[in-house]
Ligand binder design. Structure first.
Ligand code: ATP
Ligand code: MN
Ligand code: MN
Length: 304
């Protein structure tokens, strides 16, 4: 029998039925990545990305003419939306416009058909909007911060999460930084989770004021890393693992093992182009235990 942790090698991507209009439309001009190329990429990573994007409210960065054209960050459904993308109503706000979600690979290809170049899920699922099943600490380097300092910040974040009884996983953002993610058993509600994350960010900034800040103000950020805890708030989102980025380079947000954090890679090292090769070569999915490692958030300690 096959180990759950082993990366599937022989299995073909599942089939899809959504028809792409203009499959040759170029989304990333420098890399020549087309709409069809994007659909192929998402079919390849489907089994890995599915747990992170299925059955959650999604915010979507759409870019109908590619990364060099106009982009739209959309939290709600729009006119002409693909039929495989479903409308969902916020149970806490019946008057709000519907949010969007997907259920299967066709939903994901429906997003591609709709020129979605970035997928930003909520940290909670449609099964329980109020209780997040993950924490995402977004490490945002200011100008002049070295890669090694971002790695150090990720490792310190991991240690602090572990001290609180949580396991931590790391991914590149596909942009400038790293995201440290802790799976949660959905028990604590958004306000408690946010308070926990804020306390951790504030403690990091207080303990190492020369390295970290926990408030958004741009002026204080030069040479420092913003510990952006605000992803962990009801209605806020962060880019999904394996999502592409609508930026030059066709980078993706890549889940990695802690041991892979080194000078060999950078925050935008993994791309639409090199990801399939990486996944086929992997013997173990570094995030295989993400769901299994989920633990409930306990009360906040004074040290954060
Ligand atoms: P980096 O490593 O470069 O910081 P990132 O994904 O962490 O990459 P951003 O792309 O700046 O950072 O996005 C931060 C968050 O802000 C996203 O997760 C998303 O939820 C939100 N966001 C992104 N683009 C927009 C936008 N155009 N309008 C509003 N919110 C956005
Ligand atoms: Mn960031
Ligand atoms: Mn941020």
């Amino acid at each position: 029998p096959k180990s759950k942790a082993a990366a599937p090698k022989a299995e073909k991507p599942p089939s899809r039925t959504v028809r792409l209009t203009h499959p040759d439309r170029i989304y990333w001009p420098d890399e020549g990545v087309t709409k069809e190329g994007l659909a192929d990429y998402y079919s390849e990573v489907w089994r890995y990305i599915a747990p992170h994007i299925v059955g959650r409210p999604l915010a979507l960065l759409r870019s109908p003419t590619g990364i060099e054209g106009q982009t739209f960050f959309q939290k709600h459904a729009w006119k002409g939306i693909n039929a495989k993308i479903i409308d969902v109503q916020d149970p806490a706000d019946k008057d709000d416009e519907p949010y969007v979600a997907i259920e299967d690979l066709d939903g994901l290809i429906g997003l591609v058909q709709s020129a979605v170049l970035e997928i930003h899920p909520w940290g909670s699922t449609l099964a329980d909007w109020e209780r997040p099943d993950r924490i995402i600490m977004d490490l945002d380097p200011g100008e002049g911060v070295e890669w090694q300092a971002i790695i150090d910040a990720a490792e310190e974040t991991r240690e602090r999460l572990q001290a609180a009884g949580l396991e931590a996983f790391v991914k590149t953002s596909g942009g400038k930084g790293l995201h440290v993610c802790a799976p949660l058993k959905p028990s604590a509600r958004w306000p408690a989770v946010k308070a926990f994350c804020k306390a951790m960010a504030d403690a990091m900034a207080k303990d190492s004021p020369d390295k970290y800040v926990s408030t958004i103000s741009k002026s204080k950020r030069r040479g420092k890393i913003l510990i952006d805890y605000l992803r962990n708030q009801r209605g806020m989102t962060a880019v999904a693992p394996y999502s592409t980025r609508a930026r030059p380079g066709a980078a993706v947000s890549m889940p990695i093992a802690w041991s892979e954090l080194s000078a060999d890679i950078g925050p935008a090292y993994f791309t639409v182009e090199n990801t399939p090769t990486r996944l086929h070569a992997l013997s173990v999915d570094p995030w295989a235990d993400f769901a299994k490692a989920a633990a409930p958030l306990k009360a906040i300690t004074s040290k954060g």
